[in-house]
Ligand binder design. Structure first.
Ligand code: GDP
Length: 534
C-alpha cells in the first residue's frame, strides 16, 4: 500500500507544484535515520517512532526504511520515501552514508530540488557533510539547515551560525532561535511570529510532541531571563542580515536554520512546514542542448541510481529514475535515449521488500524504480513520444580511493574485460587506464572503498572472473587541462590516468605532493573536479 496519490491523468505541472523532492546531507550519527522517522511521524504515516530503533539497536537506513515500510505501509524504495503532508507530496531521497558511502551518495543530489543539512549541535560541520555540501554548492541546490540534538549539551547557537557562514559561505537565516542553551533547552523563539514554542519532553520521542505556544508577553513573564536573551540575540541577527530572504535561499547563497531534536520530535513539524512553504518545486530540466523540458511535455526521466541484487529470490537490476516531465504510467513503453530502443515499464516498482507495490502513476519530482532494467545505466534518459529528448549525464565525482585490478585467472581475460566495462557503464566504479600499466591492469577509482567490495563480488559471481585488487596510495585527483603536460605529472608521488570519456586525470598521494609539483611547474593546467561533466 502506498500513500502516494492515485489520481489518474492529473495535470503534470499541477502535480509538480505540490512535489518537494529533497535529501538529507549529514555526517554519520548526526541523526538522519531518526529525523527520517520523525518526518514520517509528523506526516502521520506512522503513529509511533522509535520502535524501529529500539528493537535491534543500530541498523542501516535501508533496513530501517524496509521495516517501516513493512510495519506501517509507507511507500518506500531503497532510494526514496514518499508521503503526503499538507497537500504536498514529499519525496525524501536516501543518501547512503556510513560504510556504504559511495558515488551513489553524491548522485542522489542530481535528483533533488533541495537539501536539508543536518548538523549535530555538539559537532557542527563534519567531513561527510562538507563533502556533500560541495556537491550542493556546485549544483546550486538550496539548503535548509537543521541543527539537531539541541536537547543535550552542544555548542552555542551563535557559534554554530558563524561556522556556517565562515566555513561554507552561506548566510545563516535562523527561523527559530533557541531559548536556553543546548542541554538546557526550554524551547525556541519563532522569529517570524515572535512567539515562544515550548519544548516538552515527550516519552522517548515516541509520540508526536504537542506544540506549546506562548505570546512574547507570556514568555517574558513565564520563561524570564532566557527568553529575554533569545529576544536580544534575535535582534542582533536581524542587524547582521539574518532574517529570512526567500530569494537568497533559492539562489543557494543563504540557508534558513532551525534548531531542534529529531529524537524528541522537536522542530520537525517546523521543518516540514518550511519545506512545503519555501523549498522549490521540481523545475524544468534542461536537455543536452540546454532547452528546458516543459513539465507538461510527455513523460521523461533520468536514471540516477542502478542497483542489483535487491531481491534475493532472483537476481534483478533496478534502475531508479527521477521523473522530469509528464505523467508516468505503469505499463507505458518509453524510449531509452542512448539506444533509441523501447523500454517497457511493466514492472515499475515503488517500493522494495517482501510486498512490492507497483506504481501506477508518478509525476515530476517522483522516483520510480524500474526492474529488469539491464539496459539502463546511471545518467540515462527515458522518454515517451516525439521529439526525442536526452538530459545531460550525471557528473563523475572526484574519487579518493584507487586500486589496480588484475584477473586472478588468466584464462578469463575476456570476461574480465567485459565485466570491468559493464560495471563502469553501470556507474558502479570509475575505470581509468594508464599507458604505463596497460589494458590488462585498469585502475579502479572510487568515492567510497565499499565500491571495491561490490566490484570484487560481482566480478566473481556474475562474470566468473575473479580479480585481485592492489590498492594504490593516491588520495587526490585533478583534471589535466593540457595533456602535453603529462610527462611532468609522472613522478614517484603521482601518475597520469585516462578516463573512458577521454578526460586525462592526474592522481597524487596527497596535497603536499600536489603542491610541490605545482611549485616546480607553475604552468601546469590542473583543475578541480567535484563534478566535471557539466
Ligand atoms: P544517522 O547515522 O545520521 O542515521 O544517525 P541516527 O539517526 O542513527 O542517530 C545516531 C544517534 O543519535 C542515535 O543514538 C540517536 O538516537 C541519536 N540521536 C538522533 N537525534 C537525536 C537528538 O535529537 N537528540 C539526541 N540526544 N540524540 C539523538
Amino acid at each position: 500500500m502506498s500513500t502516494a496519490p492515485r489520481t489518474q491523468h492529473a495535470d503534470p505541472s499541477g502535480e509538480a507544484a505540490r512535489r518537494r523532492t529533497f535529501a538529507v546531507i549529514s555526517h554519520p550519527d548526526a541523526g538522519k535515520s531518526t529525523l527520517t522517522e520523525a518526518l514520517a511521524l509528523h506526516a502521520k504515516v506512522i503513529s509511533e517512532a522509535g520502535a524501529v530503533h529500539g528493537k535491534a539497536g543500530r541498523r542501516g537506513v535501508v533496513s530501517d526504511w524496509l521495516e517501516m515500510e513493512q510495519s506501517r505501509g509507507i511507500s518506500i524504495t531503497s532510494a526514496a520515501l514518499q508521503f503526503e503532508y499538507d497537500d504536498c507530496v514529499i519525496n525524501l531521497l536516501d543518501t547512503p552514508g556510513h560504510a556504504d558511502f559511495s558515488e551513489d551518495t553524491y548522485r542522489v543530489l542530481a535528483a533533488v530540488d533541495s537539501a536539508v543539512m543536518l548538523l549535530d549541535a555538539a559537532k557542527g560541520l563534519e567531513p561527510q557533510t562538507l563533502k556533500l555540501f560541495d556537491v550542493c554548492r556546485h549544483r546550486d541546490i538550496p539548503v535548509i539547515t537543521f541543527i539537531n540534538k539541541w536537547d543535550r549539551p552542544g555548542r552555542e547557537a551563535l557559534r554554530l551560525c558563524d561556522e556556517i557562514s565562515e566555513r561554507i559561505g552561506l548566510q545563516p537565516m535562523p527561523l527559530t532561535w533557541p531559548v536556553g542553551e543546548a542541554g538546557h533547552f526550554k524551547g525556541v523563539l519563532d522569529r517570524e511570529s515572535g512567539e515562544f514554542v515550548g519544548y516538552e519532553r515527550t516519552d522517548g520521542g515516541a509520540h508526536l510532541a504537542r506544540e506549546n505556544r506562548l505570546t512574547a508577553e507570556e514568555a517574558a513573564s513565564e520563561v524570564g531571563e532566557e527568553w529575554n536573551r533569545a529576544v536580544e540575540e534575535s535582534e542582533l541577527l536581524t542587524e547582521s542580515g539574518g532574517d529570512l530572504d526567500t530569494e537568497a535561499f533559492r539562489a543557494a547563497v543563504a540557508t534558513p536554520v532551525l534548531f531542534g531534536s529529531a529524537v524528541r520530535n522537536f522542530g520537525v513539524g517546523q521543518l516540514l512546514d518550511l519545506l512545503v512553504r519555501l523549498a522549490p518545486q521540481p523545475a524544468t530540466r534542461p536537455d543536452t542542448r540546454g532547452n528546458p523540458r516543459a513539465l507538461d511535455a510527455p513523460f521523461s526521466a533520468f536514471v540516477f541510481k542502478v542497483q542489483t541484487g535487491m531481491d534475493p529470490a532472483h537476481r534483478d537490476r533496478v534502475a531508479f529514475a527521477r521523473v522530469c516531465s509528464g505523467e508516468f504510467e505503469r505499463g507505458m513503453v518509453a524510449t531509452h535515449a542512448a539506444t533509441k530502443k523501447p523500454f517497457a515499464t511493466k514492472y515499475a516498482q515503488h517500493m522494495f521488500g517482501q510486498q512490492r507495490d507497483t506504481v501506477e502513476t508518478a509525476y515530476p519530482g517522483d522516483v520510480v524504480g524500474l526492474v529488469n532494467a539491464s539496459a539502463l545505466g546511471v545518467g540515462d534518459t527515458l522518454y515517451e513520444g516525439k521529439p526525442a529528448v536526452e538530459f545531460p549525464g550525471i557528473p563523475s565525482f572526484a574519487p579518493e580511493h584507487f586500486a589496480v585490478a588484475r584477473t586472478s585467472d588468466p584464462g578469463r581475460a575476456k570476461q574480465f574485460r567485459r565485466g570491468v566495462e559493464q560495471l563502469a557503464q553501470e556507474g558502479v566504479i570509475q575505470v581509468l587506464h594508464s599507458e604505463v600499466r596497460g589494458e590488462g591492469a585498469p585502475v579502479l577509482a572510487a568515492v567510497g572503498p565499499m565500491q571495491f567490495d561490490v566490484v570484487t563480488q560481482r566480478m566473481e559471481s556474475e562474470f566468473r572472473a575473479p580479480i585481485k585488487l592492489e590498492r594504490l596510495p593516491y588520495q587526490v585527483v585533478r583534471l589535466v587541462g593540457d595533456r602535453n603536460q603529462s610527462a611532468a605529472l609522472r613522478t614517484h608521488n603521482s601518475e597520469v590516468l585516462e578516463r573512458r570519456d577521454g578526460v586525462t586525470l592526474a592522481v597524487f598521494t596527497d596535497n603536499i605532493a600536489l603542491r610541490s609539483l605545482v611549485r616546480l611547474n607553475p604552468d601546469l593546467d590542473l583543475r578541480n573536479l567535484v563534478a566535471d561533466a557539466e
